[in-house]
Design a protein around this ligand. Sequence first.
Ligand SMILES: [Zn+2]
Ligand SMILES: [Zn+2]
Length: 254
Amino acid sequence: MSSSDTIQTNTHNSLRRLYPGTRLESSFTWPVENLDDLDSSFGVHEYIQQTIRMDKSNVQHIVDLPESVDRQVWQFEHLRQVCLELSLLVVALEPECTMENCPEMKADGWLYLCAAHPSTQSCPAIDYIIHTLDGAAMLLNNSKYFPSRISIPEPSLKHFQSIARRLYRVFAHAYFHHREIYQSFENETYLYARFLLLSQTYNLIPPSLVTIPDERSNGNDMGDRDEYRRNPPKQQQENNNDTDTETVVSANGD
Ligand SMILES: [Zn+2]
Ligand SMILES: [Zn+2]
């Protein structure tokens, strides 16, 4: 047996790095650490990523606020993580969510205009999604609003809601227009389940905006495929308490 075949394990040191060429199955094999042991200001984010790796499907555990963590910092780090993972959904959507198939950003009967431009405009769905994720990441990385990762200034808290509302639309577009891609992504990541639980726990999204049906509760996901909508809530006014200049337009049919 050649010794070059042995997988090197790093259980003795605490280097938490992935080296180029590391096989997936031998990645992330470092020992699980307690939140208190994760030093550096990046501790909370690392902790979240660690609980996700342990069991993605246990969204309750992933979202549960650890005693020693500030609630606002917790939401902040979770939103950053959702943005990171949503970029993988974009990759999955790209072959199908094209300019031709989805020339506008729609979800569940609503048409959304993109706020990432000097004046709001209609963008093809995939562009809207990319612009939205870029905008959210830029905002969360903006040291003017989020100068530290230890505490969040009160006036910046409102951004969590506007970010969450926009991220919700990305899931909704995938669900209502690219169901197979959505489903296989969700089966693998449980990202929507986690995001929804986070949003509900911290009131980031009003219940009226939650349009993706809870399929786990009726156990019959293929039931009324085409009946899931056509009854959009009345005008969903955005709270214009920030720079949120986007427009939501009711669309008749698609
Ligand atoms: Zn699309
Ligand atoms: Zn745009």
